[in-house]
Design a protein around this ligand. Sequence first.
Ligand SMILES: Nc1ncnc2c1ncn2[C@@H]1O[C@H](COP(=O)(O)OP(=O)(O)OP(=O)(O)O)[C@@H](O)[C@H]1O
Ligand SMILES: O=C(O)C(=O)C[C@H](O)[C@H](O)CO
Length: 303
Amino acid sequence: MSEAAPIVIGLGELLWDVFPDRRLPGGAPANVAFQAGQLGCRGVVASRVGTDDLGDELCSYLDEKGLDSSYVQRDPEHPTGRVTVELSDDGQPDFTIHEHVAWDFLAFEEPLQQVAGEASAVCFGTLAQRSPIARQTIHSVLAATPQNCLRVYDVNLRQQFYDRSWVEPSLEKASVVKLNHDEVGILAGQLELPTDPIGFAGAVQDKFAIDWVCITRGADGCLIATNDETVDVPGRPIEVVDTVGAGDAFTAALITTRLEGWPLRPAAEFANRVGGLVASRSGAMPTLTEELAELRTEFGRQL
Ligand SMILES: Nc1ncnc2c1ncn2[C@@H]1O[C@H](COP(=O)(O)OP(=O)(O)OP(=O)(O)O)[C@@H](O)[C@H]1O
Ligand SMILES: O=C(O)C(=O)C[C@H](O)[C@H](O)CO
């Protein structure tokens, strides 16, 4: 990663995914920044952890992996976030997300204000908007980004932690939206939009001036609609370990390829493969440097 690499900010939660047998770093926007870092961008995790040991460990993890942890705020009053993850037999997660944790208090502090002004992309979701403080920070960061910055809303509706009054302003600020097929059903109901993916994508583009609507379908790949074209890319069979973070890796790959100006179809195919790679590993932030370099070489030949 060079200093000139484009800055991709993952804005919101950084936490521990607590599996039955171990804990691993996670948090959807942090996962996106992490994977964007592995794909050659300057990944910036903008979050907040406690001053506890769990917070120290997360910062050390990011530093070890070559991400700058200086945009991770430390909160002496609230603990580092945790999510209890249970896995079904086919590796699908069920999350229990603990409340009143440090990332709920993410503040619009000077270092974050400054890096927002330099960002090529910022990825944010819905979960971190459950607290008014973090919600305000997310919207302040979005407002501070350059005009041509990609503002990527990776919807991620979790448990009861979403509300129409947070979703609509997020769609209004976003230029790219990424969601999975279940979330299409939920948002279509909430916002009175068509439920079929192509109709939904078109309606979101029209209503919210979004350039790209990206719908993931787990093993069945994805559909991406831009202002110019729509691609529907099937999944590629893989051996699933757990799908935690697969969607975040997909988002990171999509951001990277868009910043690099790839045509849409290979970008969607590459994002599918990156999502699949993460689903074939344990946890949301597996080290994949070699695999991603090989994948880039494979796709490089097609471009
Ligand atoms: N079982 C699978 N087989 C092959 N590829 C998969 C599988 N699961 C996920 N992927 C890849 O990862 C992408 C994202 O997966 P998915 O649709 O599960 O995202 P998501 O629900 O947003 O995930 P997240 O839990 O990270 O939010 C898929 O579009 C696909 O390319
Ligand atoms: O951040 C989220 O949306 C989470 O649910 C955290 C997860 O445990 C995981 O790391 C991301 O999908």
